[in-house]
Write a protein that binds this ligand. Structure first.
Ligand code: PLP
Length: 729
């Protein structure tokens, strides 16, 4: 296993903690900060926080940035004051144990991948708020996937892009208009090091296009046992525009996009080759990396002397493709000119004609009016393909049926593996302590097992309720803090700041709604009938309040209009203390919200939500889902583990769909959610509600954990692919 980027030997003695030399203490803290393992290990996270609580928050919980501000001497003094020596030593020892442990699920069940790991490609990775290389759900899923692969010991390396400016920071002006700010990431404040080859030389990759050469360097980030390689075009010798190529996530035009995807797919395969890594499986998480297998095919042809047809067959067996997009317009498409500019040199080496190559990206290869679609390439170059929920599987088979004209819809070779979340990342510490008290001792290593979560039945309802309310109060304190600083940044007056510091009622039924502001997610559905929602929210004995957060894509004007509408509700005296909008939704905001809400609202237009994962994070922490039967919720809801909006049907006419869903949403809130939440027994406990919380935890937490998801990928995709067997889910 690769070592974190500081220098120390294994032979240090930990016995007499108080004689730990200053330099060694600093090295150990750096080693802990250099492996993202710390981010899902609460003891280590708290260690960093205790070093400098205020700076910790101000620095976006970035331990490298924190340590950069503290000299070894100051660190030593601080550790002395806080009696941190033994905690630092123990955390360091645990990291070593974690990295050295070979008794894992993966070693038993996925041993053959040891010499031929999975290469997992994704355009974004949402691992922690201090690493801005993600925009939303796809990235967080990738992050959770590699964290679970690490915990389970499934041999896997990950490949992504290094975005020097990441995704944007969202701010709203006084009119509620979103504007975007881009920060320049300081590389030295991130836990990344240049990736090197076997001789210790930094990797540099050349990519040929018809219009010139593009040079790529490679960073390495350690996420537990998984190495994540990030490709970066900011290299001397590249043209100025190319040096910016990978600076922003989903920025720029079509040409920027195809160049980014060339870097990710082709550059990624070349980088792994340059490091002597020989993957047994290529997992393409969404179409952005679908050029990658073409480079693998080229290698097979030159190294093993295969012809194109044999090479494509062999490589497809090794390749798995996951699609996430249930709308045709959401799939990347490029013009033939752009494809030829970037893939031309590779096409020559593959010995394909222009038309043959374009055909790889078309449903009908001969139809020159069809543009080149990355999803089509992904589907054609992979033997195994999957959607990300059961319902999304149906949608995807229908959507791509014309690629297999001789098959009926059920036989279209696209299966599904439903997404899950990394429990340790999203679970509140208080809940973790509660589970530890009542679950089997090794529960944290068995998160994907149903029996483990039955332990929730041993928890006293009063204890669960109290824990939840502590977390809810903590979340409301976070929300107020954020609203105060938002008001300060907008130079609002004292009364606004005072208002923000008391807004929301800790005892009121609290709903969270946070996600990308794509229009199909219908963030403002609940305000369709303002009178009705005002009555509900201001009910004398059963009040209701909502916390919103989410970014709109910079070019999505309708999405931005939704944000403006919601933000401006603060001018409405009947709603201003019931509706708040938190700016700059990210992993940190998400974590706070999912840990404290009573109810998580999700009302997309069915069937456009491929899976959705934020509601799964809520489950772990005892919140209840109130959702359209779409994505994961369509297969998760059993009548008692949350609440459903609608009947799991949809109408082709959007207006009719919206009307029906609105009516159902109000009805469920009025007749089920609010009465159940406010119905208290003599002890002040909402018994039926707590039953639902327990039922939600016991039926859903294991099923929608990324441990279960990665085990499914290992069993149904990775092992067959590595063993050369074809497999359809
Ligand atoms: C979990 C998460 C998402 C995905 O949630 P959805 O339910 O798919 O919207 C998006 N953004 C962030 C920051 C997240 O943490």
């Amino acid at each position: 296993m690769p070592k974190p980027n500081s220098h120390h030997s294994d032979s240090h003695s930990f016995q007499s903690v108080d004689v730990t030399p200053k330099g060694e203490l600093h090295d150990k803290c750096m080693a802990l900060a250099s492996n993202l393992w710390w981010s899902w290990t609460p003891e280590v996270e708290r260690l960093f926080r205790d070093l400098a609580p205020v700076r910790w928050r101000e620095l976006d919980h970035n331990p490298i940035a924190l340590l950069a501000e503290i000299t070894s001497t100051q660190l030593y003094q601080r550790a002395n004051e806080m009696v941190l020596f033994s905690r630092i030593n123990q955390a360091y020892r645990r990291l070593k144990e974690y990295m050295g442990n070979h008794q894992t699920w993966g070693s038993t069940h996925a041993g053959v991948l040891g010499a031929k790991p999975v290469a997992y490609f994704s355009a974004e990775f949402g691992i922690h708020e201090s690493l801005p290389i993600y925009s939303g759900g796809l990235g967080v899923l990738s992050g959770d996937h590699i964290k679970s692969a690490s915990n389970l010991g499934v041999p896997l390396v990950a490949v992504g892009l290094f975005y020097a400016q990441g995704y944007f920071r969202q701010k709203l002006d006084r009119q509620g208009t979103q504007y975007e700010e881009y920060d320049n990431t300081q590389v030295e404040k991130l836990p990344i090091v240049p990736a090197v080859n076997q001789f210790g030389d930094a990797i540099m990759i050349d990519l040929k296009t018809r219009t010139g050469l593009l040079k790529i360097k490679v960073w390495k980030l350690q996420v537990g046992r998984v190495s994540l390689f990030l490709l970066d075009s900011n290299v001397e010798g590249n043209e100025a525009a190319d040096r910016q190529l990978t600076s922003r996530l989903y920025g720029g035009d079509e040409r920027t996009r195809i160049r980014q995807e060339m870097v990710l797919g082709i550059g990624g395969v070349k980088a792994l080759g340059a490091m002597g890594i020989h993957p047994g499986v290529y997992h393409l998480n969404e179409g952005h990396s679908a050029f990658g297998p073409l480079e693998v095919i080229r290698r097979r042809m030159t190294e093993d002397g295969l012809n194109f047809n044999d090479a494509i067959r062999d490589v497809a067996i090794q390749t798995a493709f996951t699609t996430h997009t249930p709308v045709p317009a959401g799939h990347d498409r490029f013009s033939p000119e752009l494809v030829e500019e970037h893939m031309g040199p590779l096409r020559d080496e593959l010995g394909l004609s222009y038309e043959q190559f374009m055909g790889l990206g078309r449903v009908s290869p001969e139809d020159s009016s069809e543009s080149f679609c990355m999803t089509v390439v992904g589907l054609k170059l992979s033997r195994t393909a999957n959607a990300v929920s059961q319902l999304h599987g149906n949608v995807s088979r229908r959507m791509w049926a014309h690629l297999w004209p001789s098959r009926c819809e059920e036989d279209i070779p696209i299966g599904h593996i439903t997404n899950g979340v990394h429990s340790q990342t999203w679970l509140a510490n208080q809940m973790r302590l509660l589970y530890t008290k009542h679950f089997p001792v090794d529960w944290i290593n068995r998160l994907g097992e149903p029996q483990v979560w039955q332990g929730i039945r041993n928890v006293d309802p009063g204890e669960l309720w109290e824990t939840h309310n502590t977390l809810k109060a903590r979340m409301i304190a976070f929300v107020r803090r954020r609203l105060i600083s938002q008001a300060e940044l907008r130079n609002e007056d004292n009364s606004a700041i005072k208002f923000a510091s008391n807004v929301l009622d800790t005892n009121a039924l609290t709903i969270g709604f946070a996600r990308r502001f794509a229009t199909y997610k219908r963030a403002n559905l609940i305000f369709s009938d303002l009178d009705r929602i005002k009555t509900l929210m201001n009910h004398a004995t059963r009040p209701l309040q909502i916390i919103f957060a989410g970014k709109a894509h910079p070019k999505d004007q309708p999405g931005k209009a939704f944000i403006r509408t919601i933000a401006n509700l603060r001018d409405d005296p009947e709603l201003r203390s019931r509706v708040v909008f938190i700016e700059n939704y990210d992993v940190n905001v998400c974590r706070h919200l999912v840990q404290g809400v009573d109810v998580w609202l999700n009302n997309p237009r069915r069937p456009l939500e491929a899976s959705g994962t934020s509601g799964q994070k809520v489950v772990l922490n005892g919140g209840l889902n109130l959702s359209i039967l779409d994505g994961w919720w369509a297969e998760a809801f059993d009548g008692k583990n949350g609440f459903a909006i609608g009947q799991g049907t949809h109408h082709v006419n959007n207006e009719i769909s919206d009307e029906r869903d609105t009516e159902s949403l109000y009805r469920v809130l009025e007749e089920e959610v609010a009465p159940m939440f406010y119905h208290r027994d003599d002890d002040g406990l909402p018994r039926e509600w707590i039953q639902r919380m327990m039922h939600s935890i016991s039926t859903l937490a294991w099923r929608f954990s990324s441990d279960r998801m990665v085990m499914d990928y290992a069993k149904h995709v990775y092992l067959p692919a590595a063993g050369g067997l074809s497999c359809e889910m």
